[in-house]
Design a protein around this ligand. Structure first.
Ligand SMILES: *Cc1c(COP(=O)(O)O)cnc(C)c1O
Length: 360
């Protein structure tokens, strides 16, 4: 069976060697005679998987000791609610930077919980840039500032992380966690669904500074309270065991690649290949402001919807799949997560060149 280059925004392509390792261990994990899926979450074998996954993440992201790593379900979308439910308490307010569809959803959930304001927005230009942020308006009642570090649908990313001083900065990093080096200590909370750069759907990683845990009202349902996860090493109830195991394999693979520093270099190289071609092409173009371009999700289009459609169809015929842009943006989108090899990007660029020569 031939594998394709899958440019999906998520769930996304995984490294082949990770899938092969999972396949090899599928029926019997470490001579247990059981699949990881059949292991008790209280077993020594699974506890080791959980500990190793956390250790690996701490190592590759250089997470400081005063941060907890939580393994949660419900996707990044549940974090849109959990963040305000745990932090937006006692008459405070929260500021949201509005940079696209996902920040809108985050903001809408927070509105249900407490007082929110938009700190900056790029809606005036269809979210094709990252707005400047004025931190001088933050005050002592600001419970947090929320940003989306990479805008999966619109194809922008924060290059400079805003300095919010004493106010905790909360980041939805679902689509660019582990893609480039970041300084975790700049953030109060980082959260990310695993199905883009960390593994498979079903697991959400929350990295939270310890002093932000324990402020939730006592009537908050147990499973929505960060304390529940922090106090029980994410084993209060059954965690998504297989998804955690897959993340462990992805992190081991990442380490073998040389860690985040090395991956970042590869990601820059991959993204430049595609952006350079788009910039010189007479057929394909990008609407995103140059300085704010994402390394992970690259939307592009031609001037005609019909041509876009033909492109997507013909690309799929040669094994370059899931290139359709999000319905809110149209055109095409190539997601170049860590697991996308440079060969996949080269194949895409070559196909684009051939397509342009034929139809231009
Ligand atoms: C994919 C994505 C989400 C949604 O994640 P779920 O795990 O499906 O809830 C949220 N934010 C960003 C930035 C994303 O890319």
């Amino acid at each position: 069976m031939d594998r394709v280059y899958n440019f999906s925004a998520g769930p996304a392509q995984l490294p082949l060697s990770v899938l092969e390792k999972a396949q090899k261990e599928f029926l019997s994990f470490e001579q247990s005679g059981m699949s990881v899926m059949e292991l008790s979450h209280r077993s020594k074998l699974f506890e080791t998987i959980l500990e190793q996954t956390e250790q690996l993440l701490r190592e590759v992201m250089e997470i400081p000791d005063n941060y907890k790593v939580l393994f949660v379900q419900g996707g990044a979308s549940l974090q849109f609610s959990m963040v305000p439910l745990n932090l937006l308490v006692k008459g405070g307010h929260a500021y949201y930077v509005h940079t696209g569809s996902w920040s809108k959803k985050a903001l809408n959930e927070a509105k249900k919980v407490g007082k929110t304001q938009v700190l900056a927005s790029s809606e005036d230009q269809d979210f094709t840039y990252i707005p400047t942020i004025d931190v001088s308006i933050l005050d002592e009642n600001t419970k947090y500032v929320h940003i989306t570090t990479n805008n999966t649908i619109e194809g922008t990313k924060f290059t400079d992380i805003p300095n919010t001083g004493e106010v905790p900065l909360v980041a939805d990093m679902s689509s660019n966690i582990l893609s480039e080096q970041i300084d975790v200590s700049k953030f109060g909370i980082i959260y990310a669904g695993a199905q883009k750069n960390l593994g498979i759907a079903g697991l959400t990683i929350v990295i939270i500074r310890e002093d932000l845990i324990g402020h939730a009202p006592s009537d908050l349902p147990t499973m929505l309270n960060y304390s529940t996860y922090a106090n029980n090493r994410s084993l209060y109830n059954t965690p998504p065991t297989f998804a955690i195991y897959m993340t462990k394999l992805v992190l081991e693979w990442l380490k073998e690649q040389g860690g985040v520093k090395q991956i970042e270099q590869q990601n820059r190289e991959k993204a430049s290949l595609l952006y350079n071609y788009i910039d010189e092409s007479h057929m394909f173009f990008s609407k995103v402001k140059r300085e704010d371009r994402s390394l992970m999700n690259i939307p592009f289009l031609t001037k005609s919807d019909e041509l876009n459609e033909i492109f997507i169809k013909e690309a799929a015929n040669v094994g370059l799949v899931t290139l359709k842009g999000h319905r809110s943006v149209g055109g095409m989108r190539a997601s170049l997560y860590n697991a996308m090899p440079i060969e996949g990007v080269k194949a895409l660029v070559q196909f684009m060149q051939e397509f342009e020569n034929k139809n231009g």
